[in-house]
Design a protein around this ligand. Structure first.
Ligand code: ZN
Length: 322
């Protein structure tokens, strides 16, 4: 009975619903786009979801990240999302990972059968990593991005469409939510289109082949034809520079208030606890979870810095907010 309205819709039907129930989709980045898409797919009955995000919920996220509420502030997003999704649909399986997706762990994380990846990240380097992985292992994925009142969605199905690197050349810094802001209507619109395309791809239905562009402020919609680039380094030459780590940078600027992510060597739990004590001596610890410390540190210039450390499989990750 739960899915009756969806089953009546002739493009889905009972068989389609069963197919969705047997499908697995991973969502990388549980921010505004990822949390909204995850909610829609959970409600639609996609049987297994994998949620990946290294970050914690902040007050400034609540303006657009509809799955979260004030009680979640300070909690890892992937965990908070899992808890909310379990209340929305207890019949599906949801796995979560508080982690940064990188070339060292992507194989382990997506090692088992996966039907689709939703790219809801905030930086091009991670997008290109997903692009490499999906082209190499022939997994469809859906690119989404939103800044200001504008957003893009693009379905990438290996051998059928262009890939991201056919038209985005390098991991250059583009406009971010920090410099241009973002409307909750933009992220809602883009994630809705993304979830819709996800259902079509999971059901092997005809999907959108164009790059979709929306400007919600101007009510503009464009469909942009993207051809495969005959010299594409990824989908033609199969040179997976981001997946083999050649292009992985140690410092990545993230979408946020001047946040930099710095990759270091991995530390174990013992070292992690020592680090916590050290940080406690020089600054005020704001949050402490098993996998995540966040501190406020007063610099010698009188400015406040925020430093977070994350444990993950392959690397240690510092996040510095200045
Ligand atoms: Zn390509």
């Amino acid at each position: 009975m739960r899915y009756i309205r969806q089953q009546i819709f002739k493009e889905i039907g009972k068989k389609g619903q069963e197919k969705l129930g047997k499908s697995t989709a991973a969502i990388v980045g549980i921010g505004a786009l990822g949390s909204n898409s995850a909610e829609l797919l959970a409600r639609a009955g996609v049987g297994s979801l994998i949620l990946i995000d290294r970050d914690v919920v902040e007050l400034s996220n609540l303006q657009r990240q509809r799955l979260f509420d004030e009680n979640d502030v300070g909690k890892p997003k992937a965990l908070a999302a899992k808890e909310h999704l379990a209340k929305i649909n207890s019949e599906i399986k949801t796995d979560f990972l508080i982690d940064d997706l990188n070339f060292g762990n992507i194989g382990k994380i997506f090692g088992k059968k996966i039907d689709l990846i939703l790219d809801c990240t905030d930086n091009l380097e991670t997008r290109f990593l997903i692009n490499d992985f999906c082209i190499k292992y022939r997994i469809p994925f859906i690119y989404s991005s939103a800044v200001g009142s504008k957003g893009y969605v693009f379905d990438i199905v290996p051998n059928k469409t262009a890939c991201l690197r056919c038209f985005l050349k390098e991991a250059a810094q583009l406009d971010t939510c920090e410099t241009a802001g973002v409307l909750n209507t933009t992220t809602s619109m883009i994630s809705t289109i993304q979830a819709n395309e996800a259902v079509k791809i999971l059901l092997r239905k005809d999907f959108e082949k164009n790059l979709l562009f929306f400007d919600v402020w101007k009510n503009e919609l464009s469909k942009i034809k993207v051809n495969r680039n005959n010299n594409c380094v990824c989908c033609i030459k199969n040179n997976f520079e981001y997946l083999n780590g050649k292009k992985a940078s140690k410092i990545v600027k993230l979408c946020g208030d001047n946040i930099y992510q710095i990759k270091t060597r991995r530390i174990d739990e013992n070292q992690f606890n020592k680090l916590k004590n050290k940080l406690n001596n020089i600054g005020k610890i704001k949050h402490f979870y098993v996998q995540n410390i966040r501190t406020n540190i007063l610099g010698s210039n009188g400015k406040n810095y925020q430093l977070s450390f994350y444990l993950d499989f392959g690397t240690g990750l510092w996040k510095l907010r200045i």
